[in-house]
Design a binder for this molecule. Sequence first.
Ligand code: PHE
Length: 366
Amino acid sequence: MSELDTLGSAAIARIEAAEDLSALEALRVEFLGKQGSVSALLKTLGQMSPEERQSEGPKIHALREAVTGALAARKEALESAALEAQLASETLDLSLPAPEAPRGSVHPVSQVMDELAEIFADMGFAVATGPEIEDDWYNFTALNMPESHPARAMHDTFYFPDTAPKGGKTLLRTHTSPVQVRTMMADGGPLRIIAPGRVYRSDSDATHTPMFHQVEGLVIDRDIHLGHLKWTLETFLKAFFERDDIVLRLRPSYFPFTEPSVEVDVGFAIEAGRRVLGGSGDAPGHGWMELLGSGMVNRRVIEMSGLEPDEWQGFAFGVGVDRLAMLKYGMDDLRAFFDGDVRWLRHYGFSAFDQPTLSGGVGARP
Ligand code: PHE
């Protein structure tokens, strides 16, 4: 029955060429629907003689089977091609785990700066700031380090190629001390400020990074003397390390911007192989660790900042914030502070809900 064969192969060829599911559905209706051509053939069986039906019946049924099978095969092929196309167009990174809870944490440097602000606010200090891109004049000259001063060479300064407004060079500030000058010029006396912030020196090893943090302290008033400095530092360090047995040793030192200058050491003991702050460094098994630089503000600095040095005196100190964090929270490599490694941050970071307060403990950990 070649007519049926031709019909069958034409139908199958069209089914195999169907370009999408809706074209395929149109073909299904055309062949197998109520008015479909294959359905019409099946209806002819009823008018056939028993002999005819016996010979034609199987062929017509076979044709319907073949068309049905071709429709199903083409449908599957079109559907899996659609899925492939969708998968290729959608990218989903399944390698990252979904967080169970918010993962952000407060960096130890921010935490320590908040602790410092809290402690010093209680002693009547405001927080002052200054620019990190600084003028040669504020960073050096006004701090009694003129052009040729040898102390300039010790700062490993990063200079910019352009000229600063005050004539010298523009640089990345090497310490927070220029904020002393800026604050005295802006506000005059009396003053009680701390100035925390980033500073820069061309230096790098386990305890030095090209960018690090300092906090400057400055008190300007009448009749200020070294005793005020010592009391302030003692009160601050006891509150910061949350220990009453912090013992300080003041050693004569030299900074161009303070006169006299004192280097402050803090006593420590060795417990289980670690340095633990507290007690006199002169006791057996104890030692002294250099902590910060300070002194009475040099009258030349007071003068260059526009104040009358016979009326106003003061003290200043500068201490490394990163170093304070390392001593309090036990990190031993400064470089890790600035790697942005989430494992380090998860371990050493603080909860944002853990705001330091004097009443709750400035370094409370959950
Ligand atoms: N600016 C000094 C430094 O960076 C520290 C210091 C500050 C010393 C204030 C005395 C007074 O080393």
